[in-house]
Design a protein around this ligand. Structure first.
Ligand code: ATP
Length: 141
């Protein structure tokens, strides 16, 4: 296991794919989701999984998320949950908070909260594919 520990909050398509890849790369990953089925699906793959509501400060404290090097907020549709979770993680002192945004406005709010890195999955992937199309040798853009 490598040093860094990651918490991935929201195990939808984006969060679960990201979490699995981090495990493949040799990192410890805690997966959190409010949905029991989503958690059950990842229980054999991730280092730890928990069914919990990430908008509950006490829950985040009890999971010890402040000790993680990086927490990824992979909640999109429920903008309120995304924003509340991100602000709690920042307040708890997580070193690096990454969050996915579904719209420019969502991204702006996350930026104001102080989220360290904002990902726009569809937009970022569109840019990436365009670069790969014009430079097929550039596999890892
Ligand atoms: P994807 O495209 O990655 O599947 P999505 O944007 O369609 O994601 P969302 O509904 O935004 O899906 O949420 C992703 C995951 O986050 C879901 O599995 C959902 O249960 C979880 N989630 C939503 N709110 C919370 C919360 N308050 N606490 C923990 N997990 C949550």
């Amino acid at each position: 296991m490598k040093g860094n520990q990651y918490a991935v909050i929201g195990l939808g398509r984006f969060g679960s794919s990201l979490a699995k890849e981090l495990v493949k790369l040799g990192y410890e990953v805690l997966g959190v989701d409010i949905n029991e089925e989503a958690v059950e699906e990842m229980s054999q793959t991730l280092t730890h999984v928990v069914v919990a509501d990430s908008t509950d400060e006490e829950v985040l404290k009890s999971l010890g998320v402040r000790n993680f090097d990086c927490a990824v907020v992979a909640i999109g549709d429920d903008i309120q949950s995304s924003i509340l979770t991100a602000i709690l993680l920042k307040d708890l002192g997580v070193k690096s908070v990454v969050a996915k945004a579904l719209s420019d406005l969502h991204g702006k709010v996350l930026e104001k909260i102080g989220v360290d890195r904002i990902i726009f999955p569809e937009r970022d992937m569109g840019i990436r594919v365009a670069h790969q199309l014009v430079s097929p040798n550039l596999l890892d853009y």
